[in-house]
Design a protein around this ligand. Structure first.
Ligand SMILES: C[S@@+](CC[C@H](N)C(=O)[O-])C[C@H]1O[C@@H](n2cnc3c(N)ncnc32)[C@H](O)[C@@H]1O
Length: 396
């Protein structure tokens, strides 16, 4: 991992053009939106990033089907809690390579065929490059599949489960900088140097408006206090409210499960975390420089649990609770699955060792085990909490 980000970075021609058209600078939020989601130049928009151990970064489902096999009983329980006989949907937002959707469809079909018979898969993927790969991956899905936008789904909202696995960390964030007297919005600024060519820099911009300023107090950022020196920087998450609102319009009744990197506000905004949580990933490398090679790196920021809960409450979701992934997967039988590997034929030793390593990575508190599972419900039916969040038994 690189240490402090360099103060200037060269800019690709497309970004120079955009920044010139915008008057020479844009808020970090706009830059992150372009660098990730621009259909032509964005890392996801252009379908450039590959999820998986051999791609740019690994996620839990990309390590193999054990993650989906453990998650499936929880989702099946939530689906089964919907009124009998009604058509159901398993909606996945941001399905990446489509691995998790396919593995869940296969698990449902094999273990709960009656539930599967009335369940469709709905994939929400704003980036055409990614959707193309998902279509190929899900060509053999045992459940019918549709690719829709949230707006399209809102025309005929569904009942069931909406899953957002490592998606909300890809929503563009606002970066804010303390200058010793005021909080300012961080800008990405184009510097035109006739000798060295155009370059990019991160600079504090205008002071926060009253609406953004009002968000700081509940997060412990007002007053900034002597512990935060000038230049101290962090993120706010203005994309959460609109995303949760769209999600609410698409799901008339059921459960939203968010699985992502997240911290409580006290941890997220602790004075010693002086550069927020924003990271860049590419080809299994991590960097804290968001300006290098724009459109070729994944940019990701943790969620703040309190900000997510507040945005969910304001958009009509009822909280079912949250748990660390390690605890959630152990509640769903990960230890038994690990133990069960001993009973597999030793002729498959290579595969058994790979699965053992994957299972241990899923619960490792220093990596994937520290992810949070955060659940919300909506609709008139009594919310079903599920085994992970309370001690109801999941479907066997
Ligand atoms: C980090 S990948 C996660 C992929 C997959 N869920 C996994 O865990 O392997 C993020 C995915 O979310 C998609 N995405 C980004 N912004 C989104 C949004 N606003 N709504 C839905 N999907 C989005 C990206 O194109 C990509 O497919």
């Amino acid at each position: 991992m690189s240490s402090a980000p360099p103060s200037r970075r060269s800019a690709p021609a497309w970004l120079v053009e955009r920044l010139r058209a915008a008057g020479g600078s844009v808020p970090f939020l706009t830059y992150m939106q372009w660098a990730l989601h621009d259909p032509e130049h964005g890392a996801y928009g252009a379908g450039r990033l590959q999820v998986g151990p051999r791609g740019d970064f690994a996620t839990s489902p990309s390590l193999g089907p054990d993650f989906a096999e453990l998650l499936a009983p929880q989702l099946a329980q939530w689906l089964a809690a919907q009124p009998a006989g009604e058509p159901l949907a398993l909606v996945e937002a941001g399905p990446g390579e489509g691995d998790l959707a396919l593995q869940l469809a296969e698990a449902l079909q094999r273990r709960w065929p009656e539930l599967a018979a009335r369940t469709e898969l709905v994939l929400i993927e704003p980036n055409p490059g990614m959707a193309e790969r998902q279509r190929a991956r899900l060509a053999g899905s045992p459940l019918p599949c549709r690719w829709l936008s949230f707006e399209q789904l809102a025309q005929q909202p569904v009942r069931g489960v909406l899953l957002a696995h490592e998606v909300l960390d890809a929503l563009a964030v606002e970066r804010i900088v303390w200058d010793g007297a005021l909080w300012r919005r961080q800008q990405v600024v184009l510097h035109e140097d006739p000798a060295a060519g155009p370059s990019l820099r991160l600079e504090p911009g205008e002071a926060l408006d009253a609406e953004m300023d009002a968000q700081l107090e509940p997060l412990g950022l007002l007053p900034a206090g002597a512990q935060r020196p000038p230049g101290w920087c962090t993120e706010l998450h203005p994309g959460l409210g609109p995303w949760l609102q769209q999600a609410a319009s698409a799901l008339r009744e059921g459960v939203l499960l968010v699985i992502d990197y997240a911290h409580e506000a006290w941890r997220y905004y602790a004075p010693q975390r002086s550069n927020g949580t924003l990271m860049a990933y590419r080809q299994q490398q991590a960097s804290n420089d968001p300006l290098q090679d724009p459109g070729h790196w994944d940019l990701t920021a943790h969620l703040c649990l309190e900000s997510l809960e507040a945005a969910a409450g304001a958009t009509g979701w009822t909280s079912l609770g949250q748990r660390r992934q390690g605890e959630a997967l152990l509640a769903l039988g990960l230890a038994q699955r690990l133990h069960g590997l001993q009973e597999q034929p030793s002729s498959e030793l290579g595969e058994l060792l790979r699965r053992r390593e994957a299972l241990l990575r899923l619960v490792d508190p220093h990596t994937l085990g520290d992810f949070r599972w955060i659940a919300f419900s909506r609709g008139s039916a009594k919310p079903s909490t599920g085994a992970v969040f309370l001690d109801d038994p999941p479907l066997a």
